[in-house]
Design a protein around this ligand. Structure first.
Ligand code: B12
Ligand code: SF4
Ligand code: SF4
Length: 387
């Protein structure tokens, strides 16, 4: 692989080091891709924006140009390191089982915007400092649902997983209960861009094979294609009989290959009919109605909340990649995402959030803050189980 441009450039060795440092910093998934996305993805984003311009996702339209051209987020951005952080915790799984008012798992701990931006910036600073003599002009920008860039599409391109029929990004071993964070930077990548650190021998052995397969992988677009390699554990799989997944099938396939197969459990379980395969009608989704919407829920939504008062996890709960023994191994190692007592207790015994002590305990440094006290109370009134 020869260097053609005068841009700074990350060799395989440097990419492998950045990935190793990502793992050491506590990220669960990591991979590189181009900071640009394909025309097909741009069209899907534009269609989504058009459909949602007159509801409370109108903010999605405001910087559509950045969503469709994410490299504009940082002058000279050429590449992205995509990071995934599991937020699932068994204590929250247990608390949700008999909850009277349900809060999504992603809001059980500290607000992920606060935690992950800092954590990823620390990682990038450490890598760039270590390489400052070889790469003196590197600049970066971190986003985690904090800037208008298409994080799932970039993460799929970086080999972190595939976008399932429920539209979430899923990893065959790690499921879908993870956040995404992007580190954009102004350097090119030696291709194939790396997903996980692979030993030199394996790279040579599988390099051509991997390139060939990754070209066929749904979503491996863009000038710098991503060639993630997925090697499954040898442990038995859980409840995957209806999916496209089996242990042998998944051998040496990148994590961004679609493994939904003929499964349609998320589509059938969604209580409001918000999903069609690989596409969401956002203004039917409970997550939209309980977090984003200012107007009150229409009756057909309000009657089907299944007691979700902040977000909704149903289409992830039913997904075979989150269930069984495999699901139980998906546990966050980030202490900031361990579920807070205030959240676990409140979902069991949901007191009126109009009381400032109740609301403060729930919302301080928490994603629960987003809809505000009044709208959260509205959700509680219409959604929680009667005593
Ligand atoms: C807008 C938004 C929402 C909206 C819309 C959801 C959605 N699916 O897009 C609402 C408010 C409903 C929402 C809900 C949730 N969200 Co949200 N959300 C976002 C946000 C800000 C943008 C996502 C986006 O660009 N959507 C637009 C659509 C077009 O993008 P897309 O889904 O990638 O589109 C692809 C597919 O739909 C498909 N497609 C589209 N049309 C077609 C047609 C055909 C025929 C085919 C085959 C495919 C196809 O291709 C597109 C790519 O080309 C991101 C953060 C970010 N900046 O990226 C977080 C983000 C996606 N959300 C996240 C989370 C955690 C959630 C919830 C789980 C929270 C909850 N528990 O309530 C739910 C999940 C609901 C669901 N089933 O998707 C995480 C997802 C992590 C992951 N592992 O996937 C993100 C990445 C935030 C983060 N940084 O971690 N969210
Ligand atoms: S309402 Fe719930 S199950 Fe349906 S798409 Fe939204 S998050 Fe998934
Ligand atoms: S429930 Fe089935 S169809 Fe839906 S995302 Fe999971 S594997 Fe795919």
């Amino acid at each position: 692989m020869h260097r053609h441009s005068r841009n700074p450039w990350l060799s395989h060795k440097q990419q492998a080091r950045f990935l190793e440092m990502s793992r050491e910093a506590g990220f669960d998934l990591y991979g590189f891709t181009s900071a640009n996305i394909s025309e097909a993805d741009r069209q899907n984003l534009t269609e989504f924006a058009q459909k949602n311009q007159s509801n409370d996702l109108h903010w999605f339209n405001r910087y559509l140009n950045l969503r469709t051209h994410p490299s504009d987020i940082l002058p000279g951005a050429l590449s992205v390191l995509m990071l995934g952080t599991i937020y699932r915790h068994p204590d929250m799984d247990a608390a949700l089982e008999n909850a009277k008012a349900r809060i999504s798992r992603y809001a059980a701990g500290k607000d992920y915007h606060l935690v992950l931006r800092k954590k990823a910036a620390k990682l990038a600073d450490a890598f760039f400092l270590e390489h400052s003599s070889q790469l003196p002009d590197l600049k970066y920008r971190v986003t985690t649902d904090s800037a208008p860039v298409p994080e799932k599409i970039l993460a799929r391109n970086a080999g972190l997983g595939w976008q399932g029929k429920n539209t979430n990004l899923i990893h065959p071993e790690k499921g879908s209960y993870f956040f995404l964070t992007a580190v954009f930077f102004n350097a090119d990548l030696e291709i194939p861009a790396l997903h996980e650190p692979v030993e030199e021998k394996q790279q040579n052995e599988y390099g051509v094979h991997r390139t060939h397969r990754a070209n066929r992988a749904k979503g491996a677009h863009g000038p710098n294609k991503s060639y993630g390699e997925y090697r499954p554990s040898v442990e038995g799989s859980s409840d995957e009989s209806n999916t496209g997944a089996s242990e042998t099938d998944s051998l040496f396939r990148p994590a961004n290959v679609d493994r939904c197969g003929s499964c349609r459990q998320c589509l059938d379980a969604c209580p409001t009919g918000a999903l069609e395969p690989y596409r969401i009608e956002a203004n039917r989704c409970l997550s939209y109605w309980t977090i984003e919407a200012r107007e009150d829920m229409p009756p057909e939504i309000a009657q089907n909340t299944k007691h979700w008062v902040f977000g909704c996890d149903i289409c992830q709960e039913v997904c075979p990649y989150n269930r069984g023994p495999k699901g139980r191994r998906q546990v966050t190692s980030e202490p900031d995402f361990f579920p807070r007592a205030a959240i676990k207790n409140w979902i069991q015994n949901p007191e009126d959030p109009a009381h400032s002590t109740v609301w403060e305990a729930l919302s301080i440094s928490s994603a629960v803050k987003r809809p505000g006290q009044e709208r959260f109370r509205r959700n509680w009134q219409s959604g929680s189980k009667p005593d």
